[in-house]
Write a protein that binds this ligand. Sequence first.
Ligand SMILES: [Fe+2]
Ligand SMILES: [Fe+2]
Length: 215
Amino acid sequence: MARSVAMQFLSPQDILALYRTHGQLRYTGEPVSHLTHAWQCGQLAFFAEALPQLQLACWLHDLGHLLSDLAETPSLRGHNDRHEDLGADLLAHLWGPEVAEPVRLHVQAKRYLVSRHPGYRAKLSEDSLRSLALQGGELSPDECLAFEGTPHHKSALLLRVWDEQAKQKDWFAASRHEALAHLAELMTQVPLLHPSQAPCTAPTRHQTVLELTRA
Ligand SMILES: [Fe+2]
Ligand SMILES: [Fe+2]
């Protein structure tokens, strides 16, 4: 599987490098860059005293957008980039399910909240509404029950609520350096599953994207 090969090439340092070099990319129509959105989501989890694993999941929940090479609003092109799975597969290899699964479920959590709480739809941003349709829209009652039985779904729901709040212009403003330093420090609080296997050689982003699109 070319995708899993590519995932194994990425280390925490590679993730930091992705946000350092591409975090300035913006969603069209949203007032935040990818780095600002990630920072705000992580900060909301921090202020809520979430465990470091969930804080890290919040920080990195949209990492898959940066990996997919379609970071600038794929929904505008009518494309579902499956960013939740791209990011979760990578994070599972590094930090395990407590970080990866809330990320994998954050799209499903949006579909669940829209289905179970009709007022939630009004809280969605323009891009979230656009992507909701591409992601399958509302869940059926049976799908809602299945979601409620999924491990880590409660963390995914928390992440999802913070995700929607983390699109504020000039809110929790931090310099790129400050935000990345915070992320680097948070990464040290969550043990790597296989620290001795963490690769030191980072592929270029272009190489990674080629591997992903070949999968
Ligand atoms: Fe997302
Ligand atoms: Fe997000």
